[in-house]
Design a protein around this ligand. Sequence first.
Ligand code: ZN
Length: 188
Amino acid sequence: MILPIVKYGHPALRQKGEAVETFDETLEEFVHNMLDTMYDADGVGLAAQQVGKATQVTVIDVSQVEDRPSTMAVDGKEVSIPDFMPLVLVNPVVKPLNDRVKGPEGCLSFPEIYADIERPESVEVSAQDHKGNSFSFTCGGLLSKAVQHEVDHLKGILFIDRMERKDKDKLRNVLEAMRETTQKELSQ
Ligand code: ZN
C-alpha cells in the first residue's frame, strides 16, 4: 500500500522516532508499505517520519542509481550492493569513520529542492532488521549519504539543517511557501 508522504511543515518531520520494541506483523506490514511508497516515489530512501509516524524505521535502496557509486562491506569484506537491497534499518546507529565530503542531496519531503550537504564519506551502521535480528556493515558513497540522511530523519533532523547558510538563504522563500502550504492543508 502506498502511503502519503508528508512535506516540509508537517510536525512529524520534527519528531524523534520511538525505538521499536515489538517485531510483529504490524511492523512487517509497515515496512512493506514504506518500500512500496519509496519505490512509487522513485526515492533511494524513506524514513517513518516521512509517512507521519515517529518511529525508528527506515528503508533504503540505492541499487538503481548508476551515476553515484556506493560501497558496502560486511565483516570487513566488500559485498555486492544489490544483494543487500532493499535495506530495512530498525533502531539504527551510525558512527562516522572519516572526514566529511560534500555531495548533492534531495528529499521526498522537499520536492524539487536539492543542495550540497557535507557528511562523513563513510560510516559504520548497526541496526536490526524487521524481524529484530541485529546486523552491521560499513558503507561509503551514495549509500553512506542515504543512510545518514535517513537516520537524521529518525531524530527529527532535516537536510536543510545541514545546508550551508548561503544555500539555505537562497531557498528561504521557497521553503517558507512549502511550510505554509503544508500547514494550510493540515488545518483544513
Ligand atoms: Zn529526506
